[in-house]
Design a protein around this ligand. Structure first.
Ligand code: KIV
Ligand code: ZN
Length: 405
């Protein structure tokens, strides 16, 4: 059996259109899905999980259209999700057929709690189904991904056995889901380490991770998984998804970008290597985030890392003064690196004289020290009454006749 080459970069598998769309209220129509898929391709994701074709005729149509329009030779792999049943797999195979590179992602739960209460199947039955359905999917496409659902709560020895059989049956990617967002970073890291050490044919597949954010740990868990050998990350734009959502693409990508010197050695590179860790064009991140938010109607919280409205905004006088003197004092990344024009100095009651003077200059006002002092006192009075001071407020302050007196 040939060895699956370890990718030189970490693969980004975007599931905004599948798991992300499972966010309550985030339903997208076919055209909206196509628009997002085109933008995901511009963003540079390696794999788009375009939907769950058996779930509805609309999902089938969306996956098929995306496979046709976005799944070009140079474009991303287009993936369709399928439970481990023949009907699901056949439907997924049909939907991804127009793609130059199509993947079937099939899954079955392997935790005792899921097998007993949801599937009502024994371990040996699940093992046999996983093996048989991976082989069935393989009869449609060479690119098959297998997920043991709820891997995070599965008995490790059984999990190793299922993965070994799935790889032997033809899975080229094995995805390890923390379906209920239960694991902590060190547990997730150890899970990947255990899989590497105990699944004899693991080198023939890429190890992927999938995680939910029920405890807010999905991104931290993935970063620990990368340190232990995971080479595909399943994530969504703005972290949308079932319940508390999935690991957020923008957070993972920017963590790997900003802290590349730390992560490089885990990919066998020297710490100083400037070779990117992912294929993502980070300058497309902000635009993609806005598009997904607008089309799904899922608002992005203002303090959301990377793409929140406040992520590059400085309000306090001490911070503003520092940033105006040297950005590195309070910024670990450039706003431009995610496609924003610039950072934002927000004028409010915590702002200082330096930020105020800088904004005045940007608006074309060069005040004497005396006028600046007067205007600054007035600015603080107004700022005590308003959450944020607009440019119009500032203009009103400098043009106020009492100030000229
Ligand atoms: O959370 C999960 O386990 C899933 C699987 C289908 C991979 O979404
Ligand atoms: Zn999921």
């Amino acid at each position: 059996m040939s060895q699956q080459p370890s990718p030189e970069r970490i693969l980004i598998f975007d599931t905004t259109l599948r798991d992300g769309e499972q966010s309550p209220g985030a339903t997208l129509n076919v055209d909206e899905k196509l628009t997002i898929a085109r933008q995901l391709a511009r963003l540079g994701v390696d794999i788009i999980e375009a939907g769950f074709p058996f779930a509805s005729p609309g999902d089938f149509e969306a996956v098929q259209k995306i496979a046709d329009a976005v799944g070009t030779e140079t474009g991303p792999i287009i993936c369709g999700l399928a439970r481990a049943t023949k009907q699901d797999i056949e439907t997924a195979a049909k939907a991804i057929a127009p793609a130059a590179k199509g993947r079937i992602h099939t899954f079955i739960a392997t935790s005792d709690i899921h097998m007993q209460h949801k599937l009502r199947k024994s371990r040996s039955e699940v093992l046999a189904i996983a093996e048989e359905m991976v082989a069935y999917a393989k009869s449609f496409t060479p690119d098959v991904e297998f997920s043991p659902e709820d891997a995070g709560r599965s008995e490790p020895a059984f999990l190793y056995q299922v993965l070994e059989r799935a790889i032997a049956a033809g899975a080229t990617t094995v995805n390890i889901p923390d379906t209920v967002g239960y694991l902590t970073p060190s547990e997730f890291g150890n899970l990947i380490k255990g899989i590497k050490a105990n699944v004899p044919n693991i080198d023939q597949a890429i190890i992927s991770v999938h995680g939910h954010n029920d405890l807010g740990l999905a991104v931290a868990n993935f970063l620990e998984a990368v340190k232990n050998g995971a080479r595909q990350l399943e994530c969504t734009i703005n972290g949308i998804g079932e319940r508390a959502g999935n690991a957020a693409l923008e957070e993972l990508v920017m963590a790997l970008y900003v802290r590349r010197q730390f992560y490089n050695p885990f990919l066998g590179r020297s710490a100083e290597s400037e070779e990117p860790l992912t294929n993502i064009d980070t300058q497309q991140i902000y635009k993609t985030s806005r598009l997904v938010s607008n089309l799904t109607g899922m608002l992005v919280q203002p303090n959301k890392a990377i793409v929140g409205a406040n992520a590059f905004a400085h309000e306090s006088g001490i911070h503003q003064d520092g940033v105006l003197k040297n950005r590195l004092t309070y910024e670990i990344m450039d706003a431009q690196s995610i496609g924003l024009n610039d950072n934002l100095i927000v004028l409010g009651k915590h702002s200082g004289r330096n930020a105020f003077r800088t904004r005045l200059r940007e608006l074309g006002y060069e005040l004497s020290d005396q006028d600046l002092n007067r205007a600054f006192i007035r600015f603080k009075e107004v700022a005590d009454k308003k959450k944020e001071i607009s440019d119009r407020d500032i203009e009103a302050i400098v043009n106020d006749e009492t100030l000229q007196a």
